[in-house]
Design a protein around this ligand. Structure first.
Ligand code: SF4
Length: 393
């Protein structure tokens, strides 16, 4: 993979901007795969965990030996997966310690760990807090028992409440909850109930995602075999509107299509993705975006480990984006945020008549608007964000 790394270094050297970096660490373990989940992961096994931890340490060390990496102070760290908390909290703390040893981490960095309520305790959370974790993202999905079970998830509703109490006792004050709508059997009434229950837990941040049925998942097979109905787009739109209204009146502002926060508690790491800022992904299947280059790691734990044992970065592919591709992505991702994209970010398209016509048409159709020098999606456009993105791509 060294030729790939050489290409990345050349591009970094050509780039004169000073940049900070987000670090994403993919922990590829879960106790059980949920029926809708298409992420790369493998089942939790002690020997695999030891292999993964050694390989990840090697990956951190290999990057840190690249002089170019020291140009980037780390502003955000995000442990995702998989279920990061399927590792022992001391193992997560030791990964963080390695990162601090090998990179320059901003003292005010946001450090998030995704967690399954089933896999945290007061003492494990305390360990994470003492290791520097500032934010926890708890995967709740639904607070209706029947919906939860249909997703193939483990656990009980009481577990979520207990986990919330433990998080607050641990000292971590920034807590996000993930909930889903468009679930099998879900109605507007049960969705409202889930929203009201999560609000009773007083999180700082909420992510509300529509269920997507992706290839390779149990739900995808169930739809194909007629055991599960496919998406009801109208019902999903109504549920999304319901979330905007309910969470808005509880003081959570929508800052991205699926994300809501109390003022000042927006997720800084995810804002990087939508703002076109750089991030480096570590771990199997992790994706990176640095200086207009998109690259991704091998989605296979054995191959990932093997590559690192031979001192090779486990990069599977690299896409070098043109200036226009970078600008296009910035618009498409930026439109996911409520604040939109500054008009000056569109100068690359000044002479691109077809692209300008598409924007004009989306404005005429009421899907986009220009407001205070920002191009934004309207509330109607938010319902059709994927269509808007497709038209602009
Ligand atoms: S817990 Fe999360 S990562 Fe693990 S299988 Fe379920 S949805 Fe996927």
């Amino acid at each position: 993979m060294e030729p790939i790394w050489d290409t990345i270094c050349q591009r970094i050297h050509m780039d004169s901007k000073t940049r900070d970096l987000g670090l994403y660490i993919h922990i590829p373990f879960c106790q059980k795969r949920c029926h809708f989940c298409a992420f790369y992961l493998t089942s939790h096994r002690e020997d695999r965990i030891q292999d993964f931890l050694s390989a990840l340490a090697q990956e951190i060390s290999l990057y840190s030996r690249r002089e170019t990496c020291h140009r980037f102070p780390i502003s955000t760290i995000y442990f995702g997966g998989g279920t990061p908390t399927s590792l022992e909290s001391v193992q997560l703390a030791s990964i963080l310690s390695l990162i601090h040893q090998h990179f320059t981490v901003d003292s005010a960095a946001e450090i998030t760990v995704e967690a399954d309520p089933e896999t945290v305790s007061r003492s494990s959370l305390q360990t994470l807090y003492e290791a520097g974790v500032t934010r926890l993202s708890l995967g709740v999905q639904s607070l209706e028992k029947s919906e939860w079970q249909r997703l193939g998830r483990l656990g009980q509703m009481e577990t979520v409440c207990r986990a919330m109490t433990d998080v607050k006792d641990s000292g971590i004050t920034n807590v996000s909850l993930d909930v889903m709508y468009g679930l099998p059997g879900q109605t507007l009434e049960t969705w409202q109930c889930s929203l009201e229950r999560v609000l009773e837990l007083f999180p700082t941040h909420l992510s509300c995602y529509a269920l997507t049925i992706e290839e390779g998942t149990k739900f995808h097979r169930d739809v194909r075999e007629g055991k599960l109905e496919s998406r009801d787009v109208e019902l999903e739109a109504a549920m999304h509107e319901q979330a905007v209204t309910c969470l808005g009146s509880a003081g959570y502002h929508q800052y991205e299509v699926s994300n809501f926060a109390k003022a000042g508690w927006e997720c800084q790491h995810n804002l990087r993705y939508w703002s076109g800022l750089d991030y480096l992904g570590l771990g199997p299947s992790a994706q990176s975006y640095v200086c207009g280059m998109r690259f991704g790691n091998i989605s296979d734990l054995s191959l990932y480990s093997h590559s690192l044992q031979t001192q090779d970065l486990p990069i599977d592919f690299l896409d070098e984006l043109s200036v226009k591709d970078v600008a296009r992505e910035r618009v498409i991702f930026g439109l996911r945020m409520n604040k939109g994209v500054p008009i000056h970010a569109l100068t690359t398209f000044e002479n691109d008549q077809p692209w300008q016509s598409t924007v004009d048409r989306l404005i005429e159709d009421g899907l986009l608007s220009v407001d205070h020098q920002y191009l934004k999606v309207t509330s109607l456009g938010r319902r059709f964000i994927d269509t808007v993105a497709l038209q602009l791509s």
